[in-house]
Design a protein around this ligand. Structure first.
Ligand SMILES: Cc1cc2nc3c(=O)[nH]c(=O)nc-3n(C[C@H](O)[C@H](O)[C@H](O)COP(=O)(O)O)c2cc1C
Length: 279
């Protein structure tokens, strides 16, 4: 329900953006180009046709992103991607791809359905190592983990791979973090590098896991949010960042365990170091 609302809000946001862009384009173009009413009318008609095309394109975009052909929810899952660097070493980074789920009927009295991930749409920034590696090798492994310390260590660049239990992937050239809850070996089937965030569609070739997901917790969620903030420091107002960190600190102190506290410490040190370098 909440996801449907988010989707509708997003679609409404897109529509308002398109309309605002259209109005401001109309005003500018009419002012610059047209001296009389007749030519203003012609230009207005042309702009309306463009808006139709643009609207159609953005709804196609939503359809394409949601894989299913329906205008439905693009669902994002936060996880960790391992890829191989050119020299064969491993790169480990948090990524939030859009996922397509499949539902397989199981002949099992207790479980009627098994839900599994079939495809991903990764949207890595083109200046990230993950993007470079995925474009070069067309393969990787996506992991789900409830260990938020892993996210914090990846964001603060404290993971070389040596400190983790790694095993070779089965169907691709890559590495699995073998204590993750789930992993999905994938290969990239299409790439679009037209914008600053590449769009890389991937199909899952093989999946496995330890099935150890413990459950949700507010502190874990707050660490993921802090990790996201830590990757956007160049965009954030100092006061806003400080308020958010204080809010997350309270949640983590109330509901977190040792790993969440350690993760928060790593991230806040990383953020402070960035701020010091800046000033
Ligand atoms: C939960 C989470 C999700 C993220 N999702 C993305 C994403 O979808 N695309 C992206 O470019 N960066 C994403 N980031 C930021 C990258 O992890 C971050 O920029 C990282 O430093 C990239 O590392 P790399 O250069 O080794 O690939 C995410 C970060 C977090 C904490």
């Amino acid at each position: 329900m909440e996801q449907t609302c988010t989707c509708r809000r997003r679609q409404l946001g897109n529509a308002i953006n398109s309309l605002a862009t259209w109005i401001s384009s109309c005003v500018t173009i009419l002012n610059i180009t047209c001296q009389n009413r007749f030519s203003q009318l012609i230009v207005l008609c042309l702009l309306t046709i463009c808006l139709e095309i643009d609207y159609d394109r953005s709804s196609q975009e939503i359809k394409r992103l949601s894989f299913t052909g329906e205008i439905s929810l693009p669902f994002i899952l936060e996880g960790i991607v391992t890829t191989l660097n050119r020299d064969g070493s491993i790169n480990i980074a948090p990524m939030g791809p859009i996922v397509e789920l499949g539902h397989d009927e199981l002949r099992n009295e207790e479980l009627e359905h098994k839900t599994e991930i079939r495809r991903f749409l990764f949207r890595p920034f083109q200046d990230s190592q993950t993007c470079r590696n995925l474009l070069a090798t067309k393969q990787g492994v996506f992991h789900l983990s409830d260990d938020v310390l892993l996210f914090a260590r990846a964001i603060t660049k404290q993971l070389t791979g040596e400190e983790l239990p790694l095993t070779p992937a089965k169907t691709i050239e890559g590495k699995i973090i073998s204590n993750a809850c789930q992993w999905h070996e994938f290969r990239i089937v299409s790439c679009n590098t037209d914008s600053i965030r590449a769009e890389l569609e991937a199909e899952v070739l093989h999946q496995g896991g330890r099935g150890c997901f413990l459950g949700f917790n507010r502190a874990k969620n707050a660490i993921i949010e802090t990790a996201i903030l830590a990757t956007r420091l160049h965009l954030l107002e100092k006061d806003f960042l400080q308020q958010e960190l204080e809010r997350f600190r309270t949640i983590i102190e109330k509901t977190g365990g040792d790993r969440e506290c350690e993760a928060f410490g790593l991230l806040t040190n990383f953020i402070s170091a960035y701020r010091e370098d800046e000033s």
